[in-house]
Structure formats: structure tokens, C-alpha cells
Design a protein around this ligand. Structure first.
Ligand code: DON
Length: 568
């Protein structure tokens, strides 16, 4: 059953597809140029405008990213990183790694004080900041795969920053939670506290003239302004005088990496997702490989048995994550994690009648020789776009936690990430998301912290049918898997696939998180099987666009949030 909020969102999505905002009257299945879904209506509109202006899905995604940095800046922006999975009209599949890098002066023990990891250092302020990759990635995507000049998209977003936007409930909540952190940094305080009433509420106008100025510098000076010019210099100076280690040279060295996508199959579909340094693609495919051994369709989507088997698969995959995953340029991440045979062996440990105890990670085949190599981030945001030419984009972007490091270097308007917290500060010590890691994700100079962001495309016979991904730390992997199961095993269109109840297990802590919407019967069925269940109101935020076998398009923003989907 679809909850009422989902129904409202369904109506909104159908209205926009039928032309209320798009002018495709009566043709919900046939947009003129493409579809867009983001967490924010202003950002979705920016993506649609890029399509109206003759842009393709890549331009639309860039417009969304730049505008989200303005209207949803506590989640993502130019001061953070992103992963972009692309399917181009000519059939090429590309993954662009715009993850932050650790500064050259970062060291393994930089967050330890008296032998213990201090989360304040990795989560707030100068030391928490990694070198941002989002702008480099958008610029790369624009130059190589877009059609509109990037300067035009930057100017459009600059205008939104300049004239301001109305806060939504979500933004207000994040401001409340982060107030004391933002107050520590005058550059941030000036914008997010002094620039708003003392007790902000939904509907208040937030203007960001400094951010507009920075966007215009980026429009005229390009990546050089950001990575080798004024922005890099100013940021490094601020960092050095506030206990940080970032240097201008770290910016100059930053590079976007085009990596080989992770590829898997699931019940006759192709899964294309993000490779390490994201753990997302590897574990989305690993979990799907495990679940392919079970007849989920006959268990039924709303059943305790289905929820149990999915949770067991997640647990096994997250144990592997903690042991094996890290930046493939530094750590040996076994490609055997994607093997069907490996999954078949692990799947034998799953019992239908009770929760298993997973003591340690598995041993994927070839772990000693076959690794990912170059050759072959709700405080985050995911957006999806696609166009009628056959370009599809799944992009997840993040500052990490709300408002990232909370640092805005005065005058720039650009919030900086705190993605250094995604490293494992000490073996076995959990990060903000309770994730533990090992050697593979230890801090090293210029290394990229491990991520769970999972921008994923699903194809059938080479034809894309779904672009999906999510925000919510490690739950991103679970949300993405569930959306794919709901699409493939249960034949749900994107909005229903996103609306259906979610669950998440990340091995450690041994807690199965379930949304209340599963209902009492399922929750007690899970407890009876021995799961330690935590009932949550809601998990994560996912967006998706899709095209079904008969060619009908759809676009869905997560009904748990305040996003929007549309078509033009
Ligand atoms: O890269 C990652 O996996 C995290 N930094 C993403 C953070 C996130 O989704 C925050 N949302 N709750």
C-alpha cells in the first residue's frame, strides 16, 4: 500500500509529467526532451530549464548540482565531492570520481589525541576538510559530454543565490541542529545565522551574495580560479591559520578520475554502478548477487521473510565493506567481491528461520591478486536525469554531514565538506555513521575516503530503465538495492519503488533498522528470527527516473522529502 505522502508526490509527479510545469500536455510517457528528479523543486526546475534551453541530461544534471549547492547547500555543493554515473547516447558507460582527496600533509593518526580518535576534529573545522572535487567533475562532464556552456549554468545558479530562496522545513531542521557548529566560524555565521531571523522558519528568504560572486568567478575563471587561483590560495591561507593542513598545492593537484564502472547482473538486467573509492557499487552488486539466490517475488514485498533475507544479505556485504574497501589507488580491493560464485558461497550462510551471526568478512576469490585498479557521500543528495537522446545520469553529491565542516572561508560563500571523517580514524573505531573500517580505509596523504554513495543505472538488453541513488550514509547502499528489487522483482514504477518501506543493516552495530511502515507483523516476525530491530520513522532520501518496457518515462522524488520530479 502507498502511504498518503507518496500519493501526493505521485500526483505531483504525474502533473508535472503531463505538462503542468512542462507543457507536454496529455503525454506523461513522452517528454519532449527529458526527465529530472531532485530533492528540491528549485533545483529540479533548473534542470528542466537546461533541457528547455537545448541542453542534454548532462547539462540538466550540472544545472541541478549547481542549484542544489545554493538551495540545499547543507547537503552538497562546490565545497564537497560527487560521483557521477553516465550512460551516453552512444551507449558508453562512464563513472566520474569527484571524491575529495586528503591533503598531502594528512597523516594516519591526525585525528588521534592521547591515543583516541577525536570526532570533533574529523567532523568540524579545518582538519575535517578534504580537497573538493565537485566543481572539477561538473566542469569535466560539461566539457566532454554536455552541450550548453557551463558559464550559462553557473550564471543561472548565481542568480538564485543572489536573489535568494525560501527555506523548506528540512533546511530549517538542519539549521537548528547545526547552529552551534556554524557559530564557530564567522564566515558561516554571517550567512546562515546572521543572514536569517534568530529563529528561522520555513518560508524565510536566504540570500547568498558571496556564493553568487564565487559562481561568477567560476564562470569567468573556470577551474583555474578554483583549483589554481584565488579560491585555492584564500582557502589554504585560512586553513593554515586555523589549525588545518590544506595547502594551495593540494588544490592544484586535484584530478577528476574517470573509472571503469562496476558492472553486475541481476535477473537478466545489467547493473552499472560506482566503483571504489565508493563501496556503493561493489556492495549493491554483491547484495543483489546474494539475493538472486532467493525467490523474492514469491516471498512478497511486504513480508517478514523478504525483509529478513534482504537484511541478512546486507549484513554479509557490510562485513566485507569494513574489511576490504578503500581507495583502490592505495588499497587492494578484491574484484572477487563481485563474483557470483563468491555470493553463492556466502548465500549458503543465510537461513530463512533465523538471523545469522556474521563474525567476520568473507574471503572473495583472487583477494591476493585481482584488485580494482585505475585502468579498469541525508546530508547528501542524489539526483537523476535522462533525455530522449539516450543520455542518462545518476549523480550523488555530498558535503558529508549537515553543513559539512561548517566552514565557509569568509568572502567565498562556499561551505566546505568534512569528508575526512569518512576515513577510518582508527581501526575498529566507528565514524559519524557508525561505520568501522580497517587498513584499506586508513588516512593517507592524497587518498580518497571510502564512500557509500551509489549512483546506479539499471539496463535491460542494453537499454536504460532506471537511474537511481540516495542520500543517507551507509543506508544509501540499502536504499539503492531496495529500489532495484522493487523495480525488478516486484515490477513497481519508480515512485512506488521509492515509497515502499526501507530497512538497513550494516553489520556493526548488529541492529536492523526498519521503517515503521513495515507494520507490526513484519517487525515482530523479524524479532522472532533473532534480529535486534530498531524502528525508525524514515530512512534516507532517494531519487529516480525510469523508462519502462513500453517506453513510458517516469521521474520520482522521494515521497519522504520535499523534492520534485518533472519532465520537459
Ligand atoms: O560518502 C559517503 O558515503 C557519505 N559521506 C555520505 C554522507 C551522507 O549520505 C550523509 N547523509 N546522511
Amino acid at each position: 500500500m502507498i502511504p498518503w505522502r507518496a500519493l501526493v508526490a505521485l500526483v505531483v509527479a504525474v502533473l508535472s509529467l503531463t505538462g503542468a510545469s512542462a507543457g507536454v500536455s496529455g503525454l506523461p510517457a513522452a517528454p519532449r526532451r527529458g526527465v529530472v528528479a531532485t530533492v528540491n523543486p528549485v533545483a529540479t526546475e533548473a534542470g528542466l530549464q537546461a533541457l528547455r534551453d537545448g541542453g542534454n541530461a548532462v547539462d540538466a544534471a550540472i544545472a541541478c548540482a549547481l542549484t542544489l549547492g545554493v538551495v540545499d547547500g547543507h547537503n552538497s555543493g562546490i565545497g564537497g565531492g560527487c560521483f557521477m554515473t553516465l550512460r551516453l547516447a552512444d551507449g558508453r558507460l562512464i563513472t566520474l570520481d569527484g571524491r575529495e582527496t586528503a591533503p598531502a600533509a594528512a597523516t594516519r593518526d591526525m585525528f588521534l589525541r592521547e591515543g583516541k580518535a577525536d570526532p570533533r576534529l574529523s567532523q568540524d573545522g579545518a582538519l575535517s576538510v578534504g580537497i573538493p572535487g565537485e566543481f572539477a567533475t561538473l566542469a569535466y562532464a560539461s566539457t566532454n559530454h554536455g552541450r550548453l556552456p557551463m558559464a550559462r549554468l553557473l550564471e543561472a545558479a548565481a542568480r538564485v543565490a543572489e536573489s535568494g530562496f525560501r527555506l523548506d522545513r528540512h533546511y530549517v531542521g538542519r539549521l537548528r541542529e547545526t547552529r552551534s557548529g556554524l557559530a564557530l566560524f564567522p564566515g558561516s555565521e554571517a550567512i546562515f545565522l546572521k543572514g536569517l531571523p534568530a529563529t528561522p522558519s520555513a518560508g524565510d528568504l536566504l540570500r547568498q551574495p558571496d556564493l553568487a560572486w564565487s559562481y561568477r568567478q567560476m564562470a569567468s575563471g573556470g577551474v583555474a580560479w578554483f583549483y589554481r587561483g584565488d579560491f585555492a590560495r584564500r582557502t589554504a591561507e585560512w586553513m593554515q591559520s586555523h589549525g588545518g593542513v590544506v595547502e594551495a598545492a593540494d588544490f592544484a593537484r586535484y584530478e577528476v578520475v574517470s573509472r571503469d564502472p562496476v558492472r553486475g547482473t541481476y535477473r537478466g538486467h545489467q547493473i552499472v554502478s560506482f566503483p571504489p573509492p565508493s563501496s556503493g557499487g561493489v556492495h549493491v552488486v554483491e547484495i543483489l548477487n546474494l539475493l538472486e539466490r532467493f525467490d523474492l517475488a514469491s516471498m512478497g514485498d511486504g513480508s517478514a521473510e523478504f525483509a529478513h533475507v534482504v537484511a541478512e544479505a546486507m549484513k554479509l556485504a557490510f562485513a566485507d565493506r569494513a574489511r576490504w574497501l578503500g581507495d583502490p589507488d592505495f588499497a587492494r580491493v578484491p574484484r572477487g567481491l563481485l563474483s557470483k560464485e563468491y555470493a553463492a558461497g556466502l548465500a549458503r550462510r543465510i537461513r530463512l528461520d533465523r538471523a545469522s551471526v556474521v563474525a567476520a568478512a568473507g574471503s572473495p576469490p583472487g583477494a591476493d591478486r585481482d584488485w580494482f585498479t585505475r585502468e579498469m557521500g541525508r546530508h547528501t543528495t542524489h539526483f537523476s536525469t535522462a533525455d530522449t537522446e539516450g543520455n542518462w545520469v545518476a549523480c550523488t553529491a555530498s558535503l558529508n554531514t549537515s553543513f559539512g565542516s561548517k566552514v565557509v572561508v569568509p568572502g567565498t560563500g562556499i561551505l566546505l565538506n568534512n569528508h575526512m571523517d569518512d576515513f577510518s580514524a582508527q581501526p575498529g573505531v566507528p565514524n559519524f555513521f557508525g561505520l568501522v573500517g580497517a587498513e584499506a580505509n586508513a588516512i593517507e596523504a592524497r587518498k580518497r575516503p571510502l564512500s557509500s554513495m551509489s549512483p546506479t543505472l539499471v539496463l535491460r538488453d542494453g537499454r536504460p530503465i532506471l537511474s537511481v541513488g540516495a542520500a543517507g550514509g551507509p543506508t544509501i547502499i540499502s536504499q539503492t538495492v531496495l529500489a532495484i528489487l522493487r523495480t525488478i522483482d516486484f515490477g513497481k514504477p519508480p515512485l512506488e519503488a521509492l515509497a515502499a518501506p526501507r530497512l538497513h543493516h550494516q553489520w556493526k552495530p548488529d541492529t536492523l533498522h526498519v521503517e515503521r511502515a513495515w507494520g507490526e507483523a513484519v517487525i515482530s516476525g523479524l524479532r522472532r528470527r533473532g534480529h535486534s530491530v530498531s524502528v525508525d520513522a524514515s530512512i534516507g532520501a532517494a531519487q529516480a527516473v525510469g523508462r519502462d518496457a513500453s517506453g513510458r518515462w517516469s521521474a520520482a522524488a522521494d515521497p519522504r522529502g520535499e523534492g520534485a520530479a518533472g519532465a520537459w
